[in-house]
Design a protein around this ligand. Sequence first.
Ligand SMILES: *Cc1c(COP(=O)(O)O)cnc(C)c1O
Length: 358
Amino acid sequence: MSRGHAVIDLGALRHNLRQVRRFAPQSRVMAAIKANAYGHGMVEVARALHDADAYAVASLTEAVTLRAAGVQHPLVLLGGVLSAEELQKALQHQLQLVVHDFRQLEFLEQNVFARDAAIWIKIDTGMHRLGISPAQLPELHRRLATLPGLRLQGWMTHFARADETDRPETTQQIRVFQECLDGVTGARSLANSAGIVVWPAAHADWVRPGIMLYGGSPVKGEPAQKFGLKPVMSLRSRLLSIRELAAGEAVGYGGDWTTPQRMRIGIVAIGYGDGYPRHAATGTPVLVSGQRAALVGRVSMDLITIDLRGCETAREGDEVLLWGAGLPADEVATHADTIAYDLFCGLTRRVNFEYRES
Ligand SMILES: *Cc1c(COP(=O)(O)O)cnc(C)c1O
């Protein structure tokens, strides 16, 4: 095993897809595999999730990578195209384009070869990031009527606060979406992972799970296990050294943490250069051969230091789990003031990946 080692459990990934279907049995599934499948390896994940009905990616480059690897599934370009040149390429690769503003519609109007492009139209129902606003819909319909060859795959919107179960905004977004599409034909897609587990009214024709496929919790403050999800990524390293220090010794950069007593400190071969979060605070849990220990002091580029007081049997060379099976990434993320999405996406090329079937 190299110093930073990520084991990707493809069986867990497929299990999580089945959980998606259990939550939303009437819906088709567009699996979000953007950003290198949230850091898990996009091509491997696409192959493992061949039961998904489509894949969603963020950029043309991601889509082209999948096509080059032989992935034939429907691919949805969530951000749509950025230029007429990108449109040309997207058509060559038979991508489904999200159209979220009139500039993208112009690219379609101006390219005679794009007249039968497959498109999704995104409506801004309250997140105020991407999407055609409800007030612009009459103009949209007028212009779509002049492009009768376009293959409209459906209508989509995205939630801003679906992970907060006690807020009214998601219900409001669902209502705005329904009102916008009253009497309009075409498939509907609203729900990300949080929408899938919390808001059944948002399931509609297509769901778009991301984080729950990777075993991260879709709901703030609730463990992923509660939703029957299994962690897919386990990030591991090893104890590179164990030091016996006297009381009152400062450990690491800045001397931020001082030993309260004579004790053993473990030095683990992982750091922010591997994607371990630099802002992980003292107290962030790790597992040493299955036993809990806590990070102490500052995270360095190549190393972290841990308190071995609860791990009397720990020896140099022992395996250390940074997150994964037995230690939820969500829990680690909370200690680093971030979210599991960010931990997964943040692994660097220094980490070695291994794919396993469970
Ligand atoms: C990334 C993304 C998703 C998936 O979101 P999760 O919270 O990871 O489930 C769904 N829809 C859109 C438009 C996205 O960009």
